[in-house]
Design a protein around this ligand. Structure first.
Ligand SMILES: [Zn+2]
Length: 504
């Protein structure tokens, strides 16, 4: 991380350069600070245009000047050291729903530059929404929070344990009333997780009816679609259909082509979604920057026949073979850890299917499995309607939980040149802000809230791994939420200025 020099001066800036351990100095000795001026930065304003040199001036929680700003009498003055100043990153898919209670400083999140999280994704939300908002307000966090109402959440409330079937019309009406309540109480849209147990039994028309309710309140529909594997195209079509019939904007969560059968077909997905956009359906997506997932070995076999050689073989073929499945933790066989099923099989002189069946019989294991190919991830990130989101959050044992945003800025922007820095910042800021109808966040502009990130584009990088998922990234120098410093050169400040952001 760069050393930061601090500017101190009386009426005129650029008089004395001193290195101080504290954050900044004040203009006009002894006078009360009226604002904060951050000078000597390259501004990525969130709109995707070229960086420009200058600074910003903040009063209270708002940005009051952008460009060639002059500090006023009493201002705190901070030298940005030539780093990039961007709007705070908005994570539209984050699982810190309960994590914020125990970790309000949200270290792994603000360390990435995240200043706003949207929780309640994948169909699962807190309930009641009003109670959640009240709890978050009484226990503020370092960052801002928005909440969705979850389809599976209301589905289970109405159907109880009898959810393994399509809902009847009267049940759909009851769910709709709950979605209505959630939206009135402050949810910003409806989320679904149609690949998960409870949501998977719903028919499309059920989701359409609930999405119509969210649409009435100006909300959007966000979906972990029904299938991210061989039937991904059907699942994307269903999401588009829901948007079309409910007349609601659609956000496809963590867009993915997760099995060999659909790998390298990102161009076809792009064609499908652009076709819908041309027809006037407002479809966008987000994508996390990782090829692999981390879970238990049994999730590889969707039909749950873990001792059936044909089912296991199919499962291993689907992820591109046994070389793509690495054992991460195995109590019965610690000697397997760090090895792929393929390598273990070769060493033991048996087949990978045999190894899989034995591991499950002996108590199971955690695995890291490849589910995406880089060229699909790159193709998605190169679409203007694809945002960066983590699908992570506090306590997430996948490296995306602590690494997503720096991983895009470092490896993807600086090293591989998949996208430009201003475009990457746009995908983290104004693009999600537009989807969330956040009118005064997501860009650096006069009058906007001062949610800001100062980072070094030459060094920013993720450091979290599957082995060490909580390693904090490097290169994120400072993070401000509502004008308050929450992250200062490697440490949370303890400030908790985050707000619950409600509808529009
Ligand atoms: Zn999901």
């Amino acid at each position: 991380m760069p050393r930061t020099t601090i500017m101190a001066s009386a009426a005129v800036l650029a008089v004395a350069l001193v290195s101080l351990p504290s954050a900044a100095s004040r203009v006009g000795a002894g006078s009360a600070a009226t604002g904060l001026t951050i000078g000597n930065v390259r501004i990525a304003d969130g709109r995707g245009g070229a960086l420009r040199r200058g600074g910003v001036r903040i009063e209270g929680e708002r940005i009051v000047g952008v460009g060639q700003v002059k500090p006023r009498e009493g201002d705190t003055v901070m030298d940005g050291g030539g780093l990039v100043l961007a709007p705070g990153f908005i994570d539209i898919h984050n699982h810190s729903t309960t994590g914020l209670t125990g970790d309000p400083a949200a270290e792994t999140q603000v360390a990435q530059g995240i200043t706003t999280v949207v929780v309640g994704a994948d169909g699962s939300s807190p309930w009641p929404i009003a109670a959640y908002l009240a709890e978050r307000r009484s226990k503020p966090a370092a960052l801002n929070v928005m909440v969705m109402v979850g389809h599976a959440t209301v589905r289970q409330m109405v159907m109880g344990s009898d959810y393994k079937r399509p809902a009847r019309d009267d049940e759909i009406a009851k769910m709709a009333a709950l979605v209505d309540q959630g939206m009135r109480e402050g949810a910003i849209g409806l989320s679904s997780g149609l690949e998960y147990e409870i949501g998977s039994y719903s028919e499309t028309k059920e989701v359409v009816e609930l999405a119509k309710v969210a649409a009435r309140y100006g909300g959007f529909y966000m979906s972990h679609v029904r299938d991210e594997a061989d039937k991904a195209f059907e699942a994307f079509r269903e999401a588009i259909q829901i948007g079309e019939e409910a007349k609601i904007p659609v956000q496809i969560s963590h867009i993915k082509l997760g099995t060999v059968g659909v790998w390298r077909r990102a161009a076809d997905v792009v064609r499908l979604i652009e076709g819908a956009r041309k027809r006037g359906i407002d479809v966008t997506a987000d994508c996390y920057p990782y090829q692999a997932w981390h879970s238990t070995i049994t999730v590889l076999v969707p039909n749950k026949k873990y001792d059936d050689p044909a089912s296991v073989k199919r499962a291993l073929d689907d992820v591109g073979g046994a070389a793509n499945v690495m054992i991460d933790g195995d109590k019965a066989h610690p000697e397997y850890e760090g090895k792929t099923l393929d390598a273990i099989a070769k060493e033991s002189g048996v087949t990978p299917v045999d190894v899989f069946i034995q591991i499950v019989k002996d108590g199971g294991a955690s695995v890291i499995a490849t589910s995406m190919v880089d060229e699909d991830i790159r193709a998605f990130y190169q679409q203007p309607w694809v945002m960066v989101a983590s699908d992570g959050g506090i306590g997430m044992r996948h490296p995306r939980g602590a690494g997503t945003f720096p991983r895009v800025l470092g490896p993807f922007v600086r090293e591989r040149h998949w996208l430009t820095l201003p475009e990457a910042v746009r995908k983290m800021t104004s693009a999600p802000a537009a989807r969330l109808k956040l009118k005064d966040r997501g860009t650096i502009a006069e009058g906007n809230v001062a949610d800001l990130v100062l980072f070094d584009p030459a060094t920013v990088v993720d450091r979290s791994t599957f082995k060490e998922p909580f390693l904090l990234p490097a290169g994120i120098s400072r993070v401000f939420v509502g004008g308050s410093l929450v992250w200062d050169q490697g440490k949370p400040t303890g400030a908790l200025p985050g707000k619950m952001l409600q509808r529009f």
